[in-house]
Ligand binder design. Structure first.
Ligand code: KIV
Ligand code: ZN
Length: 397
C-alpha cells in the first residue's frame, strides 16, 4: 500500500512494483531447484509477503515448469502471475495456456538485443531482432492483456537501439518494458544515465512501466537497481536471498529495506509486509536446502548480532547506535547480543539479568574474569555457560 502523504511532505510518495523471480531466475540456478509442492508453498509465501508480480516459471522450458506455472496461476490469486517466453510462437502459446486459470496473467517476452548476443547467440541482424520483437508482442497481446518485453543484455546494447525497440514494443502493446543487466556488467552511474535517457527518449513511455532486472556478477545488483529506481524504474525484478543465475539477482529484502529505511531519500514505497522478509528467507532456505550466508544483509544470522563490547555497550544504551533497522521490522525475533571474547561487562550483566538472576559488582567482576577465560576457548558463550559460571561451576569441564 502506498503510504499517505505526511503533513509537511511536499511530493506525493510513489510506488515501485516488486516483481519476484525467485521461482524462475532463482530456481534455474544450480542447487535451487524445487518440486511442484515446494513451488506452490513458496508462491503462497510470496503472495503473503505482498509482492506485486510472481514470475512462476518458464512454461516452454519443460513439462514440469509448465505444470508449476499452471498450478500457481490457478491457486495464487492476488498477485500478477507471470510466465516467461522467448519471442517464438510456440513459447508464447505455451505461456498463454499455462496462465489460463490466472486472475491476473502476464506473459513476459524476452529477446537479446546486444551486438554480442545478436552475432554469437541469435545470428540475427538488428532489423530482424526488431521485427521479431514487434511480431511477438503483437501475438502475445492477442492472448493476454498484460505483456512485458525484456531486451536481454540491454546494458551492453546500443542505447539508440534500445530506444527504437522499446518504442516499437510499446506501440505493439507491451505495458512493461524491462531493461536487464543480464550479465551484471553495469555500474550505478551508467545504469542511472541509461534509465534517464530511456525515460526521455522512448516514444509512448508514459503508457508503460520501466523495469530493472540486475544480476550480481560484480556485486552491484542492488546498487544498480536502486540507481535505476532513482531514474524512473517503477518495477524492480529481484529474488529472495538474491538467488539467481551465477552470482544471483538483486536481493528483494535489501531493496525493500533500503526504500523503507531511507524514506526521505527515496520517497518511494513498496507493498511488502517487511515483517515477513525473514520468515520468507528462511522458508526458501529450507525448501532448497541452501543456507543463507551469516553476514547477508537484512536476513543473515549476523544481521542483528553484536559481539564487540563497545557495540554491545552502545546497543544497551540505545539501539540506534549500531542498528539502522529494527530486527522486528524484518521479522527477526530480537537483536542478538552474542556473548563471546569481545563482549564486555555491560552485556554480561544484561544477560544475567535477562536470565532472571542478580549479581552485585563484586560478583560480576569475578564472573567476568572467568567468563573471559571461557570465551577465549569458545566461539560463543551460551546462557547455560553463564548460569554455570554463576554457580561457580566450570562450564568447560
Ligand atoms: O537476465 C535476464 O536478462 C533475464 C531475462 C529473461 C529477463 O533473466
Ligand atoms: Zn535474469
Amino acid at each position: 500500500m502506498t503510504a499517505p502523504i505526511e503533513p509537511g511532505e511536499s511530493a506525493p510518495r510513489e510506488r515501485v512494483l516488486i516483481f519476484d523471480t525467485s521461482l524462475r531466475d532463482g530456481e534455474q540456478a544450480p542447487g535451487y531447484s524445487m518440486n511442484l509442492t515446494q513451488k506452490l508453498a513458496f508462491a503462497h509465501a510470496l503472495s503473503d509477503l505482498g509482492v506485486d508480480v510472481i514470475e512462476a516459471g518458464f512454461p516452454a522450458a519443460s513439462p514440469g515448469d509448465f505444470e508449476s506455472v499452471r498450478q500457481i496461476a490457478q491457486r495464487v490469486r492476488r498477485p500478477i502471475i507471470c510466465g516467461l517466453a522467448r519471442c517464438q510462437s510456440g513459447d508464447i502459446e505455451s505461456g498463454a495456456r499455462a496462465l489460463e486459470g490466472a486472475e491476473h496473467p502476464r506473459i513476459h517476452l524476452f529477446l537479446s538485443t546486444s551486438p554480442i548476443h545478436r552475432e554469437h547467440k541469435l545470428r540475427m541482424s538488428r532489423e530482424q531482432v526488431l521485427e521479431t520483437a514487434i511480431a511477438s508482442v503483437r501475438q502475445a497481446r492477442t492472448l493476454c492483456d498484460d505483456v512485458e518485453f525484456s531486451a536481454e543484455d540491454a546494458l551492453r546494447t546500443e542505447p539508440e537501439f534500445l530506444v527504437e525497440i522499446f518504442s516499437a514494443a510499446i506501440a505493439a502493446g507491451a505495458s512493461t518494458i524491462n531493461i536487464p543487466d543480464t550479465v551484471g556488467y553495469t555500474t550505478p552511474n551508467e545504469i542511472a544515465a541509461l534509465f534517464a535517457r530511456l525515460k526521455r527518449e522512448i516514444v509512448g513511455i508514459e503508457r508503460a512501466v520501466m523495469s530493472a532486472h540486475c544480476h550480481n556478477d560484480l556485486g552491484l545488483a542492488v546498487a544498480n537497481s536502486m540507481a535505476a529506481i532513482e531514474n524512473g524504474a517503477r518495477q524492480v525484478e529481484c529474488t529472495i536471498n538474491g538467488i539467481g543465475e551465477r552470482a544471483g539477482n538483486a536481493a528483494l529484502e535489501e531493496i525493500v529495506m533500503l526504500l523503507r529505511t531511507r524514506p526521505g531519500y527515496y520517497n518511494i514505497d513498496t507493498g511488502i509486509d517487511s515483517t515477513r522478509l525473514y520468515p520468507t528467507s528462511r522458508l526458501l532456505a529450507s525448501l532448497t536446502g541452501q543456507n543463507v550466508q551469516r553476514n547477508k544483509a537484512v536476513v543473515g544470522e549476523n544481521a542483528f548480532a553484536h559481539e564487540s563490547g563497545i557495540h554491545q555497550h552502545g546497543m544497551l544504551r540505545h539501539r540506534s547506535t549500531y542498528e539502522v533497522m529494527k530486527p522486528e521490522d524484518v521479522g527477526f525475533a530480537r537483536t542478538n547480543l552474542v556473548l563471546g571474547k569481545h563482549s564486555g561487562r555491560h552485556a554480561l550483566r544484561e544477560r544475567i539479568e535477562h536470565l532472571g538472576l542478580q549479581v552485585d559488582d563484586v560478583a560480576l567482576n569475578s564472573v567476568f574474569e572467568r567468563f573471559k577465560i571461557l570465551a577465549d576457548k569458545k566461539k560463543e558463550v551460551f546462557d547455560s555457560d553463564v548460569e554455570a559460571l554463576l554457580l561457580g561451576l566450570d562450564p568447560d569441564a
